[in-house]
Structure formats: structure tokens, C-alpha cells
Design a binder for this molecule. Sequence first.
Ligand SMILES: [Zn+2]
Ligand SMILES: [Zn+2]
Length: 176
Amino acid sequence: MFIDVNKIGPEGVDVDTNLDLPELEGPSGEPLQVRSNTLVAKVVKSSKGAEIKGRLDAVVQVVCSRCLEGMEETVQAGFSLLAVPETAEGEAAEVVDDPEEEGYRESLLTVTDGRLDLAAVAQEQIYLNLSRKPICSRECRGLCTGCGVNRNNAECSCDQEEIDPRLAPLLKFRKN
Ligand SMILES: [Zn+2]
Ligand SMILES: [Zn+2]
């Protein structure tokens, strides 16, 4: 869904929508399915382009970093972005350097042909807010270092040495 920045009236544009998002890519190149999402935002004209403030709620299918089982992660992000035309990046830098606008320092969005792409906004918010190391539960016991069994589901006869859960994903490969 796109908003034409040049056609925003004085009252602004209210957005409350579920977007069609493509499959995303996780930190190891794994596919991340976005199960559901809701973007609620207000877009208003600003001197250089547009300002979009709102929140994104999404549920993303990810993989537990300890036991490698699929799980859902909920993303809840509030954001405030300054959308500026691509051709005005130099001017945008001036805007960002304005101390009054300091909050926008990391939240600049370029707009091509006056079209503000809401799906791109939603995707960026998902990437910014997803856990680097999702875990299915605080009690997740991960994979056994000896045999690679998922210790949440089965006991095995290996010595139960405590392992660093950060190493667990490697065990799957060692097993093979
Ligand atoms: Zn787990
Ligand atoms: Zn084992």
C-alpha cells in the first residue's frame, strides 16, 4: 500500500491496515513468514515531505535459537519517521541536524516518486524489533550436546552436562 505524499491534505491521512508482506529473511538467511500484521499510523505533510507516526503489531514465524523448533514471535513497535524525497537527501541531512528534530536522526525514510511505501515501513519495523536470539520459552532446554535430541521432548542417556544454549544450533550439524 502506497500513500502519495503530494496528495496529503491538511488533515493528514489515517492508516489502519493489514499489509501484504513478502517472506522476510532471518539473520542466517532462513525464511521468516509474517503471519499477521496491523499498521496503525497517521501521516501528515511536513516541510520536506511527510511525517509518519504510528505502531506496528505483527506475528512472525521464527525458529527457536536453542531447540530449532518453529515458534511465533510477536512484534510490537511504535515509530516516528520523517519521509523525504529521494532527490532531497542533502536537504534531509540538514533537517536531521536540526536539534529540534533530533528524534528523527535514525528514522529517516526516503520516498521515491512521492510514493510512501507502507509495506517497506512495516518490514523495517519488523527487522528492527525481532529478537536476535528468539527462544520458545525461558525453560527451553535446547538440544543435547551428545546426540542432538530436543531435550524439551525427550530424555536421552548422554551425560547431562550443561551446555551454552548459544552453541545449540551447531549441534544439529555436528549430528549429521
Ligand atoms: Zn526452544
Ligand atoms: Zn543426548
